[in-house]
Design a protein around this ligand. Structure first.
Ligand code: PBG
Length: 331
């Protein structure tokens, strides 16, 4: 047997040399924590399929946000869960300044000022009684369709209400064509030039969103395949990201993360703006479930999954693990 003349193991032989050649590292500030505020709760309610994740009251939301900031997280993404009786066909509760999401944004901004960035989810699905991300109309053949252009003015109202409440960033996640331009125009017209837009650019019609539907008490029947992307495709992700950048997105995002790392890498390759990835509810749930069976080491897979997403090209990672991962990184 000839001795190998190339020995890559040389650079792995101890911790010091492994650290010397390490290409990717995670920082607490890379992580963005998605959080849920529930209407009418007297105490936080744990989401069964997402252990450790809650629908918060205002008090528990502020406490959890402090915990995230103390661990080094600099941005949270807030989703509102209204009462069923406050849902309607257009999702009008979403632009009510006293609605569940906007009042939570205001409380957060009062509490944290500019120390913690407050990002708002800018989508109607939590607020509509049919659960779609836009208004439902009828096409010329009488079929129900999610009406793109009728939805855009509603996104504008929602984004402006969020900015008024104190959001530093808005994050349109509804996959309507033209939503970034519409929102940028509306924010600018109201004097919110400094509010940033994180565009959910490549968002797939994914079954990995399953636990999120419980998290927000979704009313959805059917699916979102006429507006979210086909998991078979990558070209349209490149187009979506390019259009969002042209329309004024300050960040673009790929979602989910782990099954779409090729998409993330391809977007990161050309994007002139920061590229975020969203490790979604189903990705979180499957790691938690396996760990609770003793099949995976939770801390290890949490950190490995985040490192892999970062290595693939994410500048920021939205993850329900944000606080826990940031604490581990601190130690
Ligand atoms: C819709 C929205 C969804 C998620 C974030 N925003 C669900 C969907 O599109 O059906 C999913 C997040 C997750 O699964 O963690 N506004």
């Amino acid at each position: 047997m000839p001795a190998p003349d190339r020995r890559p193991r040389r650079l792995r032989q101890n911790a010091a040399i492994r650290e010397l050649v390490s290409e990717t590292s995670l920082r607490p500030a890379d992580l963005i924590l998605p959080m849920f505020i529930g209407a009418g709760l007297t105490e936080p309610r744990e989401i069964t399929s997402m252990p450790g994740v809650h629908q918060h009251t205002t008090d528990s939301l502020l406490r959890a946000a402090h915990e995230a900031l103390d661990a080094g997280v600099r941005c949270i993404d807030v989703f509102g869960v209204p009462r069923d009786e406050d849902k309607d066909a257009t999702g009008s509760e979403s632009w009510n300044p006293d609605g569940v999401l906007n009042s939570a944004l205001a409380a957060l901004r009062r509490e944290f000022g500019d120390d913690l960035l407050i990002m708002a989810d800018t989508c109607l699905d939590e607020f509509t009684d049919h659960g779609h991300c836009g208004v439902v109309g009828t096409d010329r053949y009488g079929n129900a369709v999610v009406d793109n252009d009728a939805t855009l003015p509603l996104y504008q109202q929602m984004a402006v209400a969020q900015a008024r409440a104190g959001a530093h960033l808005v994050s349109p996640s509804g996959m309507m064509d033209g939503q970034i331009l519409a929102i940028r125009d509306a924010l600018d017209a109201e004097g919110f030039q400094d509010v940033s837009i994180m565009a959910y650019s490549a968002k797939y019609a994914s079954a990995f969103f399953g636990p999120f539907r419980e998290a927000v008490g979704s009313s959805l029947q059917g699916d979102r395949r006429t507006y979210q992307q086909d998991p078979a495709n990558i070209r349209e992700s490149l187009l979506e990201a390019q259009l969002d950048i042209e329309e004024g997105a300050d960040f673009v995002m790929v979602k989910p993360a782990m099954p779409y790392l090729d998409v993330l890498a391809a977007v990161a390759e050309f994007s002139p703006v920061p590229v975020a990835a969203y490790q979604v509810s189903g990705e979180y749930a499957m790691l938690q479930a396996a760990a609770s069976n003793g099949w995976l080491d939770l801390k290890a897979v949490m950190m490995e999954s985040l490192l892999g997403i970062k290595r693939a090209g994410a500048d920021q990672i939205l993850t329900y693990f944000a606080t826990d991962a940031a604490k581990l990184l601190r130690n």
